[in-house]
Every structure is written in structure tokens, then in C-alpha cells.
Design a protein around this ligand. Structure first.
Ligand code: SF4
Length: 309
């Protein structure tokens, strides 16, 4: 049965995006160079797979977020554009291909994420380890951030990744607990994610998490979520606008104004995060190096929005 709230949401979803979410069509010399380097090696990025609006800006500044272990996910979250389906077998050469591409891109900071691989007994954790250790060994100055799935709550899988010592362990909580059903996630997943973040911080990792707003959450719920993450010693936080990536994705409830993102950033900083990036176009890996360096060196303003670059 369609409720009044459903109708209101559908109408918000059909509304044109506000001007602050408009981006230019990607292209340019550096963009093409990165695209070629990736395509020649059969590598994927979340930038393309998730239809990230920042792709033109990031790639032209030589930043991309690698998507390892294929481009098909074993889960089917309603906010995500990454195709759901049977993933391909792991590519044993992927770590070396990432090294080659990182060199071509002159990367100083690499962000590595993956599809969720519930089909693998280790959740893909050993592959993460191979990627981290190969990158660190072959490019010693490189800083490595990993944005990991929840590994089904497998503590050994998380420990394996932590033992490889990535500089940042990122895991997105995505939204407030009350919205989990709406985005096709079981509530246990929320608790599992919180537990993963707690364990990682407890073991000394620099932890990071990210949320999308505009899914129907309340301000009070957001503040509670910040508090919960802060209690688990999460250091870095990203807050961005949810934008419906495909017609079959969950509709947008509302678009937050840029000033609201500033207010959320101030609230989060008051709760003890060492660095927060909050803005309409902020995504989990947006200006990742700047966010990490704000945490590492303290005092510098965190990245917020494209105009701030
Ligand atoms: S914000 Fe992240 S996912 Fe989006 S284009 Fe930039 S690096 Fe890629």
C-alpha cells in the first residue's frame, strides 16, 4: 500500500537536483590517462561503478578509488549502483596491477575498497592483505587507506587486514539504524559495523566512517549516530548527500542545504572526531588524503566541497 510519506518521497525523488549538486561532464587529459591505465589492466574503481559525481574533479587531480575483487557485489543495498550478482574469481595479479597504476598516477595516497564477497570463506580479507602489503612494499612512501566490507562479522578476517597495517581503516555505517530496512540492510549489519569499528580502534587503527544524509533520517538520529561512532573512537567522518544513482535505487527523501552540512560538521567535531568532511558532494573517499592529514597533523581545515579545493 502506498502511504502519504511514500508519495512525498517519490515526489522529492523526481525533483530536479539543487544547483549545488550539479557537476560538469567528466573529461580532460588526466582523466583520459587514468581511464586508459585502468582499462588496460582490467582494474575497476568505485568512482565509475558507483557513478560518483566527483569523478571529473578527482581524476583530473590524479585521485581515484580502486575497487578490488571484481565489480559485482554479493549484496544488494538499495542505495548503491554497484551491480549485484556472481562475482568473478579473484585476479592474483591485481596487487601488481595496482602498483603499476599507482605509479602511473604518481599516487601518494591510495584508497582501496572492494565489493562485498560473501562467497569467499575469508570474505576477501587475504586478498586485501596481499594488496596492502604489495603496495607498501613496492611503493614505500605510499599511504594506504582501505574501505572494507564487514566480513560478515568475522573477527579473524578483520584482524588479518589490521595486521597488514593500513594507514586508515575505513568502514561505512552509511545511515542511521532506523533507515537500514529502507536501504535493504538487516539491522544486524548496523551492529556488526559498529563492532568492527570498535575492534579496529581498540587495536590502534586510525578508523574512519561515512554516512549519507537525505534518506529520511532525523537530526536527532544523526546526532545519536555521531555519538555512537565517537564512543567507538572513530577518528574520521565523512557526511554527504545521498543521490539516487539509478531509477531502481531508493528515492531521495530530501536534499540538505550546504549550511546544514556545515552545522553537522560542527556538531560532529564537538563530539570528538579529529577530522570531518561534510558537504553535498562529499563521499567516503573524497579528499581522503587531506582528511587523514588533518587528523595526523591537527589543526588544518578538513576538505568540504569541490569549491574548496
Ligand atoms: S569521491 Fe572517491 S569515489 Fe568519488 S570520484 Fe573521488 S575518489 Fe572516486
Amino acid at each position: 500500500m502506498t502511504t502519504v510519506a511514500d508519495t512525498a518521497r517519490e515526489s522529492a525523488a523526481r525533483k530536479p537536483k539543487p544547483g549545488w549538486l550539479k557537476v560538469t561532464i567528466p573529461g580532460g587529459e588526466e582523466f583520459t590517462r587514468i581511464q586508459r591505465a585502468l582499462d588496460q589492466r582490467g582494474l575497476h574503481t568505485i568512482c565509475r561503478s558507483a557513478r560518483c559525481p566527483n569523478i571529473g574533479e578527482c581524476w583530473n587531480h590524479g585521485h581515484a578509488t580502486f575497487l578490488i575483487m571484481g565489480d559485482h557485489c554479493t549484496r544488494d543495498c538499495a542505495f548503491c549502483a554497484v551491480p549485484h550478482g556472481n562475482p568473478a574469481p579473484l585476479d592474483p595479479d591485481e596487487p601488481e596491477k595496482l602498483v603499476e597504476t599507482a605509479r602511473i598516477m604518481n599516487l601518494r595516497y591510495a584508497v582501496i575498497t572492494s565489493v562485498t564477497r560473501d562467497d569467499l570463506s575469508d570474505g576477501g580479507s587475504n586478498h586485501f592483505v596481499r594488496v596492502i602489503t604489495t603496495l607498501k612494499r613496492k611503493i614505500p612512501d605510499l599511504l594506504v587507506e582501505v574501505l572494507v566490507p564487514d566480513f560478515g562479522g568475522d573477527e579473524a578476517a578483520l584482524n588479518r587486514v589490521l595486521d597488514a597495517e593500513p594507514h586508515v581503516l575505513n568502514h561505512n555505517i552509511e545511515t542511521v539504524l532506523s533507515r537500514y530496512a529502507r536501504v535493504r540492510r538487516p539491522v544486524e549489519q548496523y551492529h556488526r559495523s559498529m563492532e568492527l569499528l570498535r575492534r579496529a580502534a581498540e587495536q590502534g587503527a586510525v578508523t574512519k566512517s561515512g554516512i549519507m544524509v537525505g534518506l529520511g533520517e532525523t537530526r536527532a538520529e544523526l546526532i545519536d549516530l555521531f555519538r555512537e561512532l565517537s564512543r567507538r573512537k572513530v577518528s574520521l567522518l565523512t557526511i554527504g548527500q545521498y543521490c539516487r544513482p539509478t531509477a531502481s535505487s531508493v528515492p531521495v527523501d530530501r536534499y540538505y542545504a550546504p549550511e546544514e552540512f556545515q552545522q553537522l560538521e560542527s556538531e560532529a567535531l564537538r563530539m570528538g572526531f579529529s577530522a570531518v568532511a561534510s558537504g553535498p558532494l562529499v563521499r567516503s573517499s573524497y579528499h581522503a588524503q587531506e582528511l587523514y592529514e588533518t587528523h595526523r597533523f591537527g589543526g588544518k581545515p578538513a576538505a568540504k566541497n569541490k569549491e574548496k579545493r
